[in-house]
Design a protein around this ligand. Structure first.
Ligand SMILES: N[C@@H](CCC(=O)N[C@@H](CS)C(=O)NCC(=O)O)C(=O)O
Length: 237
């Protein structure tokens, strides 16, 4: 059994998609980020970075105590290896491609789109510089993805964990009102991945976030838990 410390965000959905693809038994442990569920010392023992998601594998292949894994990309790699290399190409060339696009997602698409979400949806009005900086970068990364998917059906030519990592972030572009109409290659890939039963199960059941609310209103306590003093106090204590 695998525990998934979970929020229904793109990073959370990467993990539930992979677990559904592998048909591994898992238990969702939902967190309310606004309430600050993730800020406890107990959670930091599972994820030293204090962010979501994380998993705890109660039956690691190497035996011994339950094993915790944090960072969604590392979780995808761990689950792939646990399942004998599933959803990682067998040949070295394609495997390297999958690793490259996974790193690109983890270091580029995820963090930059995350900042775009922050500035478009959560930052106080009047932050034009931050909005322009991150929306431009988010658009640049979408252009990179569009070009890549014009060369190959999937990021590593065959469906892999790299697609599972990127797909939920592309899905979330709705929340920042980014149009993908001029991206036919992304459109084809997005539909092909989204039609996979495991992707549907991994994203539907788990309280998909309400993407219709472009600017959620946070109380000062919720703001502090996500972006302010409470968050800092938890990390520094
Ligand atoms: N690089 C990390 C990012 C994790 C991350 O930022 N998670 C967000 C939710 S998607 C989070 O925990 N936010 C709560 C907080 O900032 O306290 C990963 O891919 O796992």
């Amino acid at each position: 059994m695998i525990d998934v410390h979970f929020v229904p965000t793109p990073n959370g959905h990467k993990v539930t998609i992979m677990l559904e693809e592998l048909r591994l038994a898992y238990r969702l442990i939902p967190y309310d980020m606004l309430k600050g569920d993730q800020l406890t010392p107990a959670y930091r023992r599972i994820n030293p970075n204090g962010r979501l998601p994380a998993i705890v594998d109660h039956e690691p292949a190497f035996g011994g105590a339950p094993f915790a894994v944090f960072e969604s990309g590392a979780i995808l790699l761990y689950l792939s290896e646990k399942a004998g290399g599933a959803f990682m190409p067998a040949d070295l060339r394609r495997r390297s491609l999958a690793q490259q696009w996974l790193m690109w997602q983890m270091a580029g698409l995820g963090p930059m789109h995350g900042q775009a979400h922050h500035f478009v949806r959560y930052a106080p009005e009047g932050q034009e510089y931050g909005v322009a900086r991150y929306v431009n970068e988010a658009r640049r990364l979408i252009a990179v993805l569009e070009r890549r998917l014009g060369e190959a059906d999937f990021l590593a030519e065959e469906y892999s964990i790299a697609d599972m990592a990127a797909w939920p972030w592309v899905r979330a572009t709705r929340a920042i009102a980014m149009s993908l109409e001029a991206c036919p290659n992304i459109g084809r890939w997005f539909a092909a991945v989204g039609e996979r039963p495991a992707v549907m199960r991994g994203t539907e059941v788990k309280n998909a976030p309400n993407l219709s609310s472009l600017r959620p209103r946070l109380t000062s306590e919720e703001w502090s838990n996500l972006f302010g003093e409470n968050m800092l106090r938890s990390a520094e204590s």
